[in-house]
Design a protein around this ligand. Structure first.
Ligand SMILES: [Ca+2]
Length: 428
């Protein structure tokens, strides 16, 4: 056998492995066909499900028209801002009885506040009773579990029921109240008589008072300075205001003799709490969206001017009240934790994302993402941080809106919680 014949022999007699290889092409073709059908079906289904979402994203208008704006990186929570648990030493008062007591004032040891259902309440020791209502019933129940949520009923009624926010005692011993929807009022704390001073039915300098927020009154009682947070958004849409970063807020002056209202400053982003400076030639104004406090000059040589009192706060400031040390208490409506994540900081440079969020989620849904962290600062008279009180999980005090000092205690108001808090300052 020569060599080629040997090779041929080995090829012909090579052991054969029996497989169904001959059928493989047909099997592969079947698999590819089924896979294609599966993929097409899946893609069709996804497209079908996504289509309504795409319609929402691309066709529907967003209720807000935000602009990009810049906030500095939040300050590190160290030094004066170092977290502690001091607010947890507070005690809750009138739990489930006083809903949303945003602001507080006192005459002697008697406290006064306004509630989410439009009432002015007198608190004397362990008792409280309603002395006045500013609007008209019905006033919806705004509780959701333990906390206030703007459910449909209250949204419907809030504008007519009234929502007292800022409250102060004037030199004549009467109460002055800023109501978000109805304007400025003087309330007699003894008789409960209510007198309207500035009505929101009348436009000021061509624009409506859309969201009256806080006020302060001079020692001679001649001037009341107050904030209107926005002409465009009402209080019940405050998340729209802060997310849109609308710069249409104003500081106004009401002359109690001439009854005239004058615009002192405009184009502010969510001006909120207001506090007269000791010389009464300027007012401190919390510009909530910008996480800072501005000083607006309302009389004297610098009238018409404005400068920054403190910038880049570790939260979004609400009301400002005097402290007994000669400084100011500032309550934060929400914090900007660093280290941590601040949704409003993250979104400030992403207006497209804010638009998308408001197309997909309601304000009530977004409110669930607001952290419960409660923070109150005491600032010196020159704006430097003196100390801070925290309740990081909001276990005792949550959603603080104002810190009102009286008799060695700090009384904490809240725009959402169904209670007020009292902190013994000698223990912290
Ligand atoms: Ca306020």
């Amino acid at each position: 056998m020569n060599e080629p014949e040997g090779l041929r022999f080995r090829r012909l007699n090579r052991p054969q492995i029996l497989t169904d290889e001959t059928h493989e092409p047909q099997y592969k073709n079947t698999s590819t066909y089924s896979g294609k059908v599966f993929r097409v079906t899946l893609l069709t289904l996804v497209a079908f499900l996504l289509f309504p979402l795409l319609v929402v994203v691309f066709l529907l208008d967003s209720p807000i028209h935000p602009e990009a704006f810049s906030l500095n990186e939040p300050p590190l929570m160290t030094g004066c801002y170092e977290p502690n648990l001091k607010l947890r030493q507070a005690e809750r008062l009138f739990e489930e009885h006083l809903v949303g007591p945003e602001s507080l004032a006192n005459i002697g040891d008697v406290l006064y506040t306004g509630t989410a259902d439009g009432k002015i309440v007198k608190i004397d020791g362990r008792n409280f009773h309603v002395i006045a209502t500013l609007g008209k019933p019905p006033c919806g129940n705004v509780l959701y579990g333990s906390y206030v949520l703007w459910c449909l009923g209250s949204r419907e009624h809030e504008h007519s029921c009234g929502r007292p926010l800022g409250i102060r005692v004037g030199p004549n011993g009467t109460l002055f109240v800023a109501d978000a929807y109805l304007g400025l009022f003087e309330v007699n704390p003894v008789t409960g008589d209510v007198k309207s001073l500035v009505s929101t039915e009348k436009k000021i300098a061509g624009r409506p008072l859309g969201f009256v927020n806080d006020l302060d009154i001079t020692q001679d009682g001649k001037k009341i300075y107050f904030t209107d947070s926005s002409s465009r958004w009402q209080r019940r849409d405050f998340m729209h205001l802060i997310m849109e970063a609308t710069a249409d807020g104003r500081v106004l002056e009401y002359d109690t003799e001439s009854k005239e209202v004058t615009v002192m400053m405009e184009n502010l982003r969510f001006p909120n709490g207001i506090q007269l400076f000791p010389d009464e030639e300027s007012v401190l104004v919390a510009e909530t969206t910008m996480a800072r406090i501005k000083r607006v000059h309302v009389s004297g040589l610098n009238k018409g001017g404005m400068d920054t009192f403190i910038d880049n706060l570790p939260g979004f400031p609400d009301n400002i009240r005097r402290s007994s040390s000669g400084g100011y208490w500032v309550a934060m409506s929400a914090v900007r934790p660093n280290p941590g994540f601040s949704m409003l900081d993250f979104l400030s440079q992403r207006p497209w994302l804010k638009k998308l969020i408001f197309k997909l989620f309601s304000q009530e849904m977004l409110l669930k993402f607001v952290p419960r962290y409660s923070l109150v600062l005491e600032l010196r008279g020159d704006g430097v941080c003196l100390r801070s009180f925290h309740d990081p999980q909001g276990l005792v005090a949550a959603y603080s809106s104002e810190a009102h000092e009286h008799g060695g205690h700090l009384f904490l108001g809240s725009f959402r919680s169904p209670y007020l808090c009292r902190l013994d300052l000698s223990k912290v």
